[in-house]
Design a protein around this ligand. Structure first.
Ligand SMILES: C[S@@+](CC[C@H](N)C(=O)[O-])C[C@H]1O[C@@H](n2cnc3c(N)ncnc32)[C@H](O)[C@@H]1O
Length: 250
């Protein structure tokens, strides 16, 4: 994106009126209800967020897996980072669910429409070197308890995001990867033309600490992952493409 176009988008974004979720009184009965309320397809049952005119009901049904791993953290103070925010539905839901946590959200677009004292939106195209350098300055010294990968779902991006962000994860923190089989289910998301394993196989190798051929992950990077990941749990959500992984760091 040209520098002037980006600057213009940034200015429009900062001037745009946003919904202040801190003043919203919502009774939190479950994470799924929050996901539905704000409209993320992490929910079991939600309208298609990418097409406002659509009456289509979609949902991955990931709430129960998030609650299984993270319900015990609800009142804790920690930092959560989500890669891929779209208009901020999941960031808003997480801010309400984890009511003492700070939520950081990264996206290359400027559609984020919520604000809160505990939400920080970081504009960044993770495939752009200058953006990444700027992001590293912004999060230098930070360590997140939970990192969620819900970005482009392109195979090379999923692999690169794992190795790039793992160093920003707390010891005993969780790296969550949503829709990790999307490149297997949708050809257009597989940009690796047989040079990389699909991500379910990569996860299985991480679990078994077994080295594999990769043009993206060197042996030493694989070693780093093996030494730092203590457990890998994968779950099947509602839809064919609903696969989610929870990687726990040592
Ligand atoms: C699946 S959506 C996120 C949905 C959101 N997490 C939710 O639950 O409501 C994926 C997002 O990833 C963002 N994205 C795709 N490629 C990206 C990149 N290279 N850098 C940063 N964000 C990217 C898209 O702009 C899109 O908003």
């Amino acid at each position: 994106m040209k520098k002037t176009t980006k600057l213009f988008k940034k200015i429009i974004f900062f001037l745009k009126k946003k919904t202040n979720i801190d003043s919203q009184q919502i009774e939190v009965t479950s994470l799924d209800k929050l996901f539905i309320f704000y409209g993320t397809d992490k929910a079991s049952n939600v309208k298609n967020q990418y097409d406002v005119n659509s009456k289509q009901i979609v949902g991955h049904g990931y709430s129960k897996f998030y609650e299984k791993h993270f319900a015990s953290l609800r009142e804790n103070k920690f930092d959560l980072l989500e890669i891929g925010t779209w208009f901020g539905a999941s960031s808003a839901a997480f801010a309400k669910y984890f009511y003492n946590a700070n939520i950081y959200g990264i996206d290359r677009n400027f559609k984020f429409k919520y604000k809160s004292k505990r939400i920080k939106f970081l504009n960044c195209d993770l495939t752009n070197y200058n953006d990444l350098t700027r992001l590293e300055k912004n999060i230098r010294g930070k360590s997140f308890k939970i990192i969620i990968e819900d970005g482009s779902h392109i195979l090379s991006h999923i692999i690169k995001n794992l190795i790039f962000f793992l160093k920003y994860l707390d010891n005993d923190g969780y790296f969550v990867i949503e829709d990790f089989n999307a490149p297997k289910n949708y050809n257009y998301l597989n940009d690796c033309a047989n040079s990389e394993l699909f991500f379910d196989e990569i996860l299985s190798n991480i679990k078994n600490k077994k080295y594999f051929n990769s043009k993206i992950l060197s042996q030493s990077q694989q070693k780093y992952i093996f030494e730092n990941i203590e457990s890998v749990n994968v779950y099947k959500g509602i839809r064919k493409e609903s696969d989610i992984a929870f990687l726990k760091k040592k």
